[in-house]
Design a protein around this ligand. Structure first.
Ligand code: ZN
Length: 84
């Protein structure tokens, strides 16, 4: 069912910051975009990340918190241990 998705949610979420900054590179970006096209859950995460800088800017001048992607991963994959 998900065999057509060429990447995992974990890899895609982990690459989202670079995807938004367009520093990912064409190969990984193509994989991430293909995954996003097939995965509504990751699109929601990407939308949230896209909105986050402006949301934070309204609150404070603080930069994006460290470990943000890890916390999002933990939220979408509860109980899943970190694997290489
Ligand atoms: Zn996904």
């Amino acid at each position: 069912m998900s065999a057509a998705i060429p990447s995992t949610c974990r890899a895609t979420v982990g690459a989202m910051t670079e995807l938004l900054e367009r520093t990912l590179g064409s190969g990984p970006e193509a994989l991430a975009r293909a995954h996003l096209a097939a995965c509504p859950r990751c699109r929601e995460v990407l939308d949230a990340l896209r909105l986050l800088p402006s949301t934070l800017a309204e609150l404070t001048d603080a930069p994006e918190p460290a470990g943000l992607s890890a916390r999002i991963l933990a939220a979408i994959e509860p109980g899943s241990p970190t694997r290489g």
